[in-house]
Ligand binder design. Structure first.
Ligand code: SF4
Length: 393
């Protein structure tokens, strides 16, 4: 297919595709799906080989958020039965992080619900970062605390943070449909602040909120313009008790096309499959490793993932290898430019990785039948941080 040869060549040269080409990837038929994966997979292997970076989420503070992100189970007015707790102490967070690192993760993503941190919160998280770094040599730490005020990114950097995650989530044109308590411009501003402080910027999206193909292409091109080192791709987990609980719009094939499109537009960036991997890709997860070079190990912020052991087996069975702490994630030209890569929130989520997700317009992939609700695959997290039970790692 000429389209795929063109996109593959552009990806190998780090050349930006046209919007029309990106839209055409999303419109490919199921008959062409393996060709799409093969072409984007070649770009992935060119920049990242067969390595899979594992990241581990620690939810430092869960629920009770005053913001109204429609996709999020921690939002204002959410009736989802999630764990609710205030700040973990540094030792508690470090213990949770250690479980993920022992399971093979090289990056820990420290996430907290809320609009953004107070200066006191930044002090707390700084203590936690220092504790984790002292107790776990070589670990990368990404913070995901919401909107940042002036000077906060610099303080996190001084405390040892390597990266900061803040997702754009959806297109500028539909942002107000999913959240009213802050703006798209607020989010862009925080990504700029992270960059300016010398933190590796991590910013991604949530698919499946009812957005159109054009919206998806818009947000991915906006992300490319922001130039983050990592792009988490969340697939909405429609959690009961959130406004988007009925938004079951994704099929495994649709998810693969979205990941391929992101890889073509952001060829040399760490593309991470974030929340919703198990719920929406299901048995097609191994194919997605040909597109993304990074995943979360174990559980998400408020929902459970598959067992960490199953993640490791899947990676090995698919012919990939877990990236070690002695291996550099990003291609040489990005490392020398000063970057690192980061994470996700929850399923979809405000801060970085996903949690749930919200509803916007309403397009259905042209070539694939409508998605069936798989509420049986959505389980609220009941173990790990904030509980007395061992974490999944
Ligand atoms: S995504 Fe973040 S800011 Fe939005 S409601 Fe959830 S925790 Fe709050």
């Amino acid at each position: 297919m000429d389209l795929l040869n063109t996109l593959m060549d552009k990806g190998l040269r780090r050349e930006v595709p046209s919007r029309e080409e990106a839209l055409a990837v999303l419109a490919t038929s199921d008959d062409d799906l393996l060709d799409v994966v093969a072409a984007a997979g070649r770009v992935r292997r060119h920049w990242f080989g067969r390595r899979v970076k594992l990241n581990y989420l620690v939810n430092l503070k869960s629920g009770l958020c005053p913001e109204d992100c429609s996709y999020c189970s921690q939002r204002l007015g959410s009736t989802a039965g999630i764990l609710k707790y205030t700040w973990l102490k540094p030792d508690e967070a470090s213990k949770a992080a250690a479980a993920g690192l022992a399971g093979g993760a090289k990056r820990v993503c420290l996430v907290a619900s809320g609009r953004g941190p107070t200066d006191r919160d930044v002090d707390r998280v700084s203590d936690t970062i220092r504790t984790i770094k002292e107790q776990n040599e070589g670990v990368e730490v990404c913070a995901c605390l919401g909107l940042l005020s002036d000077g906060q990114a610099e303080r996190l950097r001084e405390a040892g943070a390597d990266a900061y995650n803040h997702n754009l989530n959806t297109s500028e044109g539909t942002y107000a449909d999913i959240t009213t308590t802050h703006t798209y411009a607020d989010r862009v501003d925080t990504v700029h602040k992270a960059h300016a402080a010398g933190l590796s910027a991590c910013s991604g999206l949530i698919a499946g909120m009812g957005e159109s193909d054009e919206d998806l292409v818009d947000v991915v091109f906006s992300l490319r313009a922001l130039d983050p080192d990592s792009v988490p791709v969340n697939f909405l987990i429609p959690v009961e008790g959130t406004p988007l609980a009925k938004e079951w719009n994704l099929t495994p094939q649709r998810c693969l096309r979205i990941l391929a499109m992101v890889r073509f537009v952001c060829p040399d960036v760490e593309v991470r499959i974030a929340g919703g991997r198990e719920v929406h890709l299901r048995t097609m997860q191994p194919l997605a490793l040909h597109l993304a070079n990074s995943i979360f190990l174990g559980d998400y912020l408020t929902t459970e993932g598959q067992a960490g052991k199953a993640d490791l087996e899947m990676i090995a069975d698919a012919g990939f290898e877990v990236e070690g702490t002695d291996q550099v994630t990003l291609p040489e030209h990005r490392v020398s430019a000063g970057g690192g890569g980061c994470g996700s929130h929850e399923g979809a989520g405000g801060c970085g990785s996903q949690e749930g997700a919200g509803g916007v317009c309403g397009s259905v992939p042209a070539a694939t039948a409508a998605a069936e609700p798989r509420t049986d695959l959505v389980a609220v997290r009941r173990r790990g941080a904030g509980t007395d039970l061992a974490p999944n790692a």
